[in-house]
Design a protein around this ligand. Structure first.
Ligand code: HEM
Length: 463
């Protein structure tokens, strides 16, 4: 349903809808954390809260494994704001308990509140309980097997065009190229826009939205800041992007070929029963969520995959042969192994709305719990020789349940998991049939917002 202006009864102006979102969404707020009794919680460091928070966010790749070695399979980190406990779990049976936890008790949306001003209150990532369940049911069909097959041709076209611009002997940061490619894919898949003039207007606005730093997002807690520097530019960009998206939504609602269209926007307009369709604001929030969640994540997974293949001539030869012969299972195994070795998102978290028991520990309401993806993927009993890149782990077999969890799990499992694997396979096929890829220098993970990206951009040479 088109959102109407309450006084005039005509469609609400996009700028008013944007202003309303900014008024409602603040990156922090809600109930202050109750005082926690740390005596009954799993062990953890006694450093100052700020030091633990910085270590967890900025130095997670060394800090989290160190805590595991020191405190064992379950440990507590105290984080800002308020020194609240984050209890990290590393065993698959504990991940299972968390993923299967009652969604009314194990809330995921709370942890994403910082994204509120950008993604909006209806965003799948921010919702919990029955609202989340409804939105998820409306969105899921746009990502089922049938829908994915509909997107494949488009992904292949964009990948072919990107690889077609490379020149033999060229050396570049594969992360940058993959980011450009996946942005193009997600823009076209989500909006179904092929008109180059429209894409040219959308692209820079989406790019600027994707590149917002956590500092700018945190600044939303202080509306006065929005008149200055990066905050002002972010606000202006948000108004511009919303204007374009609302125009796209309203125009699409009048399209006569909606049933035949395969893009996500057209599918979402039709989703649900007559009395339960997504409003303009809901559509806008879900579209922005998909653009942001579905772009850098896949690009990073692909960059790591190219980097690992680029370092290993034997694996590269097998993968190139797979690409030439159409063995997509092997290319998918390459991606899955890259996601195991270099999880793009290091942990998933749930905030407890009521006291709950996980792994035998009785935890208070307000505590945050989560499986560490990083540690789950590096346990040698589940992934022998865990530091080795070996796609064969995923060929004709699968690691034990909940030991490979790059997409999280349960009712919050990544809605784009199938999409990103489909996209990744299509891109690897294009790259590897056209070029031999060698890694240039060593790379290590670096934290970028919440994702872990290759510090040097996973430099490769194509030949
Ligand atoms: C390699 C690529 C990707 C990785 C590693 C990844 C990872 C994740 C993770 C870890 C979560 C949280 C799951 C949980 O809390 O249990 C998540 C949620 C989500 N992802 Fe992805 N993702 C990827 C690609 C995508 C794509 C391509 C899209 C959309 C086109 C997408 C959309 C979402 C959405 C909407 C959610 C929220 C689901 C919910 O709360 O119900 N992701 N993703």
């Amino acid at each position: 349903m088109t959102t109407l202006d309450q006084q005039s009864g005509t469609p609400a102006a996009p700028a008013d809808l944007t202003a309303r979102r900014f008024r409602r969404m603040r990156p922090f707020g809600g109930e202050p954390a109750p005082p926690f009794d740390f005596a009954g919680l799993p062990p953890g460091p006694r450093w100052p809260v700020w030091a633990q928070s910085v270590a967890l966010i900025r130095f997670r790749h060394t800090f989290v494994p160190r805590m595991w070695r020191r405190y064992g399979d379950v440990f507590t980190v105290r984080i800002l704001p308020g020194g609240r406990p984050l209890v990290l779990f590393t065993r698959p049976e504990h991940a299972k308990e968390i993923f299967a936890g009652d969604p009314e008790v194990f809330h995921a949306g709370k942890g994403n509140a910082i994204l509120g001003p950008i993604m909006g209150e209806h965003s799948l990532l921010l919702q919990d309980g029955s609202e989340h369940k409804r939105a998820r049911a409306l969105l899921m069909p746009a990502f089922n097997g049938h829908a994915l097959r509909g997107y494949r041709g488009l992904v292949e076209d964009v990948a072919r065009a990107e690889v077609g611009r490379w020149r033999a002997g060229e050396e570049f940061r594969s992360l940058d190229r993959m980011n450009a490619l996946t942005l193009e894919v997600i823009l076209r898949v989500v909006f179904g826009v092929t008109d180059e003039r429209r894409l040219a207007r959308l692209r820079p606005c989406v790019n600027r939205t994707v590149n917002i730093s956590p500092a700018v997002l945190l600044g939303w807690g202080y509306p006065a800041l929005q008149r200055f520097g990066p905050w002002k530019r972010t606000v202006e960009n948000a108004y511009r992007l919303d204007e374009l998206i609302y125009a796209e939504i309203r125009e699409r609602r009048t399209a006569t070929d909606l049933e035949r269209r395969t893009d996500v926007l057209s599918r979402l307009i039709l989703a649900g029963d007559d009395g339960d369709r997504l409003s303009d604001e809901e559509l806008r929030d879900q579209l922005v969520t998909l653009l942001l969640a579905g772009h850098e994540t896949t690009a990073t997974a692909l960059a790591w995959a190219l980097y690992e293949l680029g370092r290993d001539p034997a694996q590269r030869a097998v993968a190139r042969e797979a690409a030439r012969s159409g063995d997509d299972d092997h290319l998918e195994a390459v991606l899955k192994e890259s996601l195991r070795l270099h999880p793009v998102i290091p942990m998933v978290v749930r905030t407890l709305m009521r006291p709950a028991t996980v792994g035998g520990w009785q935890l208070p309401a307000g505590a945050t719990v989560g499986p560490s993806i990083l540690l789950a993927h590096s346990r040698a009993e589940h992934h022998p020789d865990p530091d080795r890149f070996d796609p064969a782990r995923f060929l004709g077999q699968h690691p034990p349940v909940n030991t490979w969890i790059p997409f999280g799990g349960g009712v919050r499992r990544c809605i784009g998991a199938g999409f990103s694997l489909m996209e990744g396979v299509a891109v690897l096929r294009q790259v590897l049939t056209a070029y031999d890829v060698t890694a240039v220098g060593r790379d290590l993970p670096r934290v970028r917002n919440i994702t872990s990206v290759p510090r040097r951009g996973a430099r490769i040479r194509v030949g």
